[in-house]
Write a protein that binds this ligand. Structure first.
Ligand code: EPU
Length: 350
């Protein structure tokens, strides 16, 4: 039987370390637990949220619904060819455990995504990415629990509408499908992805193997980003904005040193650079601050609450808009703030 805790603290269920409370908290250890929550009326769309490690969330003071923490476990080899394997991984597995296990098994394609906080299920929703790779590069299919019907619904990768930190599960189907497992296709051949210059520089010219590459990436990662067990944060707080080629031409004339690269039919700019240039790097508002080594990351300076995070995020976005005319979008999601209660999502019916 799934245990449902009323009026529960979410402090240990989010990496920002915000002490929000939820009307109900349910820790799901198998798919049958979701059936039970549905039967008990705890999975109405807009009145529950499924989470992994809560590494991309900012909680307010009170979530007036059920927080469903996915903790189902398991890895299963479900297919194999001469060149690849298909591995089905339960949504509640820790993403980094999966990366390490894959490297140790001689399965490749996710080395660059080493040490990203969060679960496998969240990776499939969020399309996590770093150092030239994205999780959607290796997703074969995503199995879900339909909270409207109780059916299992499987989506092939091509049906998941993957984009930059985006998928159908964050858009039209938000709040409908709970990801229960993800099947990944990994290669038996190691082909290092070295497009990100600091990695190529750190590795030098010799050949490398997957463990060395992952170790190098982990070093680069922790030299710029706070470790979740040392400082509360939600990783990159803002998305890197994409502007049209025309807009970029104008910006480049005004700011010749502005970093950018061609992506998604336009140019992707560096939100961290824009925030730093607005003077926010290392500064704080209340108990929420901008990380000293990476301006894209907002950090908990000690016991901060969701409203302090929101105020800082709005102040930063306002300054970037005023100085550069660019609207920053949040990568982190705000949940449990005044005004969101029972907010229904009007996604289309399948
Ligand atoms: N930059 C600054 N100041 C800063 C931060 C960055 O000028 O404070 C400049 C850098 O000098 C560089 C550019 O911005 O020219 C890009 O910086 P970086 O390579 O560090 O990466 P990012 O664009 O800031 C993205 C992802 C990270 C991911 C890294 C590495 C997003 C929103 N963020 O950050 O993802 O780890 O690339 O691939 O796309 C996450 O999503 O939580 C996350 C950490």
């Amino acid at each position: 039987m799934v245990s449902v805790v009323p009026n529960a603290s979410l402090l240990v269920y989010n990496t920002f370390g915000i002490d929000c409370r939820a009307r109900n908290l349910a820790v799901v250890e198998c798919e049958g637990d979701l059936d039970e929550l549905l039967r008990n009326g705890l999975l109405h769309r807009g009145e529950y949220i499924a989470i992994g490690q809560g590494s991309n969330l900012v909680f307010g003071e009170w979530y007036d619904g059920t927080v469903v923490v996915m903790r189902n476990k398991g890895f299963q080899l479900v297919g194999e060819t001469e060149s690849s394997v298909s591995v089905k991984v339960a949504a509640g597995e820790i993403w980094d455990d999966f990366v390490k296990k894959s490297i140790a098994s001689g399965w490749y394609g996710i080395e660059n995504l080493v040490a990203i906080p969060g679960t496998v299920g969240a990776a499939a929703v969020q399309n996590i990415g770093a150092y030239g790779s994205e999780s959607s590069d290796v997703v074969e299919s995503v199995e879900t629990f339909d909270s409207e019907t109780g059916n299992t619904v499987k989506f092939l990768a091509g049906e998941c509408a993957y984009g930059y930190r985006n998928s159908r599960f964050k858009q039209s189907d938000k709040g409908r499908y709970v990801v229960t497992s993800v099947t990944f296709r990994l290669s038996k051949t190691f082909t290092p992805q070295l497009d990100y210059k600091p990695i190529a520089d750190a590795l030098g010219t010799g050949s490398t193997n997957a463990s060395t590459l992952a170790d190098t990436i982990e070093c680069i990662r922790w030299s710029k980003l706070p470790k979740p067990d040392e400082m509360g944060s939600a990783g990159s707080f803002f998305k890197n904005p994409v502007v049209s080629m025309g807009e970029y031409e104008v910006l480049k004339m005004q700011y010749p040193d502005m970093p950018a690269h061609a992506a998604h039919g336009g140019y992707k700019l560096a939100a961290g650079w824009l925030i730093e240039k607005c003077g926010w790097k290392g500064r704080s508002l209340g108990r929420c601050g901008v990380y000293e080594k990476q301006a894209l990351v907002l950090v908990n300076r000690c016991g901060c609450n969701g409203n302090e995070v929101r105020k800082l995020a709005e102040a930063i976005a306002g300054d970037v808009k005023q100085k550069y005319g660019i609207s920053l979008e949040y990568e982190a999601e705000f949940v449990g703030f005044e005004g969101d209660r029972y907010k229904k999502h009007d996604g289309h019916k399948r």
